[in-house]
Design a protein around this ligand. Structure first.
Ligand code: ZN
Length: 199
């Protein structure tokens, strides 16, 4: 990449580390950024730095937020006795779009994957169990993806939650196998939620 000079090469290299960005896209983005007005480029870079500085995990559900509690956990309108467990904040956003779900969430930030060396202790499971012991939780809905990892995670969680005398359910098979929840349409997600099965 030396033929672009060191600075451009560095920018391209950093951009190409982003998920889904190959070297061609990184080059395109780098040249786009270089051609931006200076203020726009500064706004972009400072929004990255500021987000990184201020965004943290919600102290209850572990989603990303800039305050102690996220807007869903702090809303008086949400049913705090029902927790839907999802893999990441994008899944939560997908369920929010359906406007059907009135409970709260718990974000695991991944799924159990022996292949990738991701075990239960790498996920926000300890935080989930802490919530279950200190609250009047009536139901935990396991809404991890229908992938091998998502199913393994759901099975693992059901095994440790059921002995706590809390209802555990799994979203219905309406979600295509291997489907990433983020890309499933809202009607399918609503149906998967309605047709959930108690484990
Ligand atoms: Zn929260």
């Amino acid at each position: 990449m030396d033929y672009f000079g060191n600075q451009i090469g560095k920018l391209i290299e950093e951009l190409s580390r982003l998920p889904g960005v190959g070297i061609k896209t990184a080059q395109r983005l780098a040249f786009h950024i270089i051609n931006m007005p200076a203020e726009q480029a500064e706004r972009l870079s400072s929004s990255i730095v500021e987000a990184k500085k201020h965004i943290k995990y919600c102290s209850k559900c572990c989603t990303l937020t800039d305050s102690e509690l996220c807007p869903i956990c702090s809303s008086p309108k949400r049913d705090k006795n029902t927790i839907m467990v999802v893999e990441d904040p994008r899944d939560m956003a997908a369920y929010e779009k359906t406007k059907q779900y009135k409970g709260v969430y718990h974000i695991l930030h991944g799924a159990i994957s022996p292949m990738l060396g991701i075990g239960p202790s790498d996920l926000k499971i300890k935080e989930l169990l802490a919530r279950l012991s200190s609250n009047d939780i009536e139901e935990v809905i396991l809404a991890t993806n229908s992938t091998v990892e998502g199913e393994a995670t759901a099975m693992y969680l059901s095994k440790i939650i059921k002995p706590l005398d809390i209802k555990v359910s799994r979203i219905a098979n309406g979600v295509p196998i291997g489907g990433d929840l983020e890309y499933v349409d809202e009607i399918t997600l609503s149906r998967a939620l309605e047709g959930r099965i108690e484990l």
